[in-house]
Write a protein that binds this ligand. Structure first.
Ligand SMILES: Nc1ncnc2c1ncn2[C@@H]1O[C@H](COP(=O)(O)OP(=O)(O)OP(=O)(O)O)[C@@H](O)[C@H]1O
Length: 237
């Protein structure tokens, strides 16, 4: 379970998040949508313990991230797919990750297979990877420890149609095995296809949440998104 309880974050006069509350139950995928600057990355960074909320609490698997006993196993994160050493191969990146977690090398092979970076692609230096390959590697890194919660910021960014379909099946499979998945995206149609639940934020506030059908209310999700977000103004901190 992932839970946000009235999370507010202010940066020197900017209220990046304003009393944000929602939950992601185990076994479900929640799509986190909002225009540029809405606060999605800030919320995910708080959840992953990378910054503190000004007030409120972000809870993953029952505790704030910083209080988890085995966070690297329990919570998989993809927050910046570009943040990898360019000289290392994909296999080396995952091998280092597996060593840090005390996982056997066989887990690296499993994950390379899972994310479709086998053979030559796994041995290639990350600096030469396409954006889609970096995303696959980042997703693989997040999955190493078989986490029960996944926090994915724009995982579909740079994936081709086959890659997007692969990711959809992967996320549905993970949710099917009980994982709580939170993913942000600008690809509304894609989120509509994969998410059980959608949280729409604008200017730091939750504007709407519900199933894709509830949010669309007979219209396209895109129309709902444009209608709600065009009127959202940030409150001053
Ligand atoms: N470290 C920071 N210092 C100051 N302001 C910040 C910082 N990080 C984010 N912000 C501000 O907080 C607000 C929310 O930004 P955030 O990156 O969370 O949005 P986002 O929804 O992830 O946007 P995008 O879709 O463009 O990635 C923006 O106004 C942004 O400028």
């Amino acid at each position: 379970m992932i839970e946000f309880h009235r999370v507010t974050k202010t940066y020197k006069g900017t209220r990046a998040l304003d009393e944000v509350s929602f939950t992601v139950p185990p076994g479900t995928v929640t799509g986190f949508l909002g225009p540029n600057g809405a606060g999605k990355s800030t919320a995910m960074r708080i959840l992953a313990g990378l910054c503190r909320p000004t007030s409120g609490s972000a809870i993953v698997l029952g505790r704030p991230y910083a209080e988890l006993e085995r966070p690297a196993y329990d919570v998989g994160t993809l927050l910046d797919a570009g943040a990898r050493h360019p000289g290392r191969s994909g296999r080396e990146v995952l091998t280092l990750g597996a060593m840090m977690l005390g996982l056997p090398r066989s887990r690296v092979d499993e994950v390379l297979e899972l994310v479709g970076l086998t053979g030559k692609e796994g041995r290639q230096a990350v600096g030469g990877y396409s954006l889609g390959m970096r995303q696959r590697l980042g997703i693989g890194h997040a999955l190493l420890g078989r986490p029960r919660a996944l926090i994915l910021d724009e995982p579909a960014n740079g994936l081709d149609p086959q890659g997007i379909q692969w990711m959809r099946e992967l996320l549905r499979g993970l949710a099917g095995s009980g994982c709580a998945v939170l993913l942000s995206s600008h690809l509304l149609h894609e989120v509509e296809q994969v998410a059980d639940h959608i949280v729409l934020i604008g200017a730091g506030r939750v504007l709407a949440q519900g199933t894709p059908a509830e949010l669309g209310g007979g219209r396209s999700l895109e129309q709902t998104f444009l209608d709600l977000t065009s009127h959202a103004d940030r409150r001053t901190a």
